[in-house]
Design a protein around this ligand. Sequence first.
Ligand SMILES: [Zn+2]
Length: 211
Amino acid sequence: MSPFRRKLRIAVVILIASILLDLALLALWMGTRGDSLSLTRASESRTDQNIDHQTLKLAASCGYVYFAWVHSHTHSPFVREHAHAAHWDYDHSPRDPGDFEPPEGDEPKWLTRIGVSANSDSATQTVGVAPTIITLNYSWRWVAFDCRLLLAIGLALTVIAVWRFRRARRPWKRLKLGLCPACGYDIRATPDRCPECGSVTNPSATADARG
Ligand SMILES: [Zn+2]
């Protein structure tokens, strides 16, 4: 396969992938303005005197995409067993479109305006008296992106992909017409080397382009 054809093929694959991404983001935005989707992974590990609980959540709601992490660590002298368990959970529930609440976080104002918000918090709690004190450490953070922002980024990537595709197609089209792939000069009489710009054309690429 000639380098021109390989470049063109890569450009086509990138262009198709970018259009599919845009369609997926558009569907996500339209579909989650009134609905809420979430994929959760919850896991718990117990070792001597310790319980670790971790929840990872990927969700879309109100036209926003969320990532959330919740972690809690309990230190308790009563924990004896060793165990680890994890499970996935998928939830799809309708929302009342009236209770639209864009997330608010700690981020600077300009980030909120372009559709990004983030927040985090942590707390420590102790229960009981020595020597049987139970300590609970709790922390969570989340980040949310407006689907319209993601869609705008996706569309910008598609514009770049279209530009790349057109650039990759140009030498290919020129070769097909018997022109120099670099400058467009007629090289039908001198197919190996362009008399105008001196660029050397691989004969296999010419044959490839002409089919
Ligand atoms: Zn040339």
